[in-house]
Design a protein around this ligand. Structure first.
Ligand SMILES: [Zn+2]
Length: 136
């Protein structure tokens, strides 16, 4: 009988610790699940906008690629937002070797609803860019 009463306080402490852990874990798990759900909803919204959202018209007046002397075609490409630092020497290579690759366009830090843009491109520029990227 004496043995059972001496074990009771330690059992109470364990129950209190367990309840405290549950009270801490449940809100943390709830926030984690909410963030994951929000993230997946945002990704779904981005995918939706990438497929059916508005298309920014980023076409210019040029009609001929100045490097390859080919007529430019039209394409719809993804828009990249944010501070994008191009790989080393890409700006120079782009001007000299593939000015109309336009496989994506950079719209800076001001994010708009449009996730795609209608652009003009040169197929030889895209090929030259692919070769330049693989040779680096
Ligand atoms: Zn070209």
């Amino acid at each position: 009988m004496k043995d059972q009463t001496s074990r009771l306080p330690s059992w109470k402490i364990e129950a209190r610790t367990c309840i405290t852990a549950i009270l801490v874990i449940i809100p943390i798990a709830s926030v984690f699940l909410d963030i994951n759900q929000l993230r997946s909803e945002l990704e779904a919204a981005n995918r939706f906008l990438l497929v059916v959202g508005p298309i920014l018209d980023a076409r210019t007046d040029e009609r001929i690629c100045p490097v390859h002397m080919l007529p430019l075609g039209e394409d719809v490409v993804p828009i990249e937002y944010g501070l994008i630092i191009p790989p080393e020497n890409e700006s120079h290579a782009r001007r000299e070797r593939f000015p109309f690759a336009n496989s994506t366009i950079d719209e800076g830090c001001s994010v708009n609803e449009a996730r795609r843009a209608r652009i003009l491109f040169c197929p030889k520029c895209r090929e030259a860019k692919r070769q330049w990227m693989s040779s680096r």
